[in-house]
Design a protein. Structure first.
Length: 188
């Protein structure tokens, strides 16, 4: 086994000569990440059954060349099966003023495309919301089962960067609350 490969049930040992690793509990992991702020995005897709949307705080840039993005899709989300069947997705990176969109896409059992928040389809067919500072259309290139989630890797195909994006504060999630990250929060 390669040193970077971890079996699904975890490593057998923490390291050479150390006792077996037991891992942290679900609550310990949640507590640890509660204090790690994350940007907020909404991911939309349509695999032919109608549009879906989900809020994500796990979006990250993986590679600039080729331009790859990753995010995690929880098995508990009703949008995950469609996102995993879709060939393309649209990743919306949100500003604080899109808090209502973040909350809508995070709410179970509601119609996320009822027109409450304006949306339409790109010429290529994907659903997207209007008024976001950054929208990236991406092709799914890989999925990896990871516990109760699936990690999705997608190649960025098109980016729509709003000219007013830099004037808006980013929406971040920290300690179970929504926050605005702006120039006033800069420390260095």
């Amino acid at each position: 086994m390669d040193a970077r490969t971890v079996p699904p049930d975890g490593p057998a040992h923490s390291g050479p000569g150390e006792p077996p690793a037991t891992g942290v509990s679900v609550e310990e992991l949640k507590a640890a990440f509660r204090n790690h702020p994350a940007g907020v995005a909404v991911i939309t897709a349509d695999a032919g059954d109608g549009p879906v949307a989900m809020t994500s705080s796990s979006v990250a840039s993986v590679s600039a060349d080729p331009p790859l993005i990753m995010f995690s899709a929880s098995a508990r989300s009703s949008s995950t099966p469609t996102i995993l069947r879709a060939k393309t997705v649209v990743i919306h990176l949100l500003a604080a003023e899109q808090l209502s969109l973040a909350k809508l896409a995070a709410t179970s059992g509601v119609d996320r495309f009822d027109g409450t928040i304006p949306w339409s389809r790109l010429p290529t067919g994907e659903p997207h919301y209007h008024g976001v500072p950054v929208r990236i259309r991406a092709r799914v290139v890989s999925t990896v089962a990871a516990g109760s989630s699936t990690v999705v890797v997608a190649q960025a195909l098109q980016a729509d960067l709003s000219v007013t994006a830099q004037a808006r504060g980013a929406l971040v999630y920290h300690d179970r609350a929504w926050h605005e990250l702006s120039g006033r929060s800069r420390v260095a």
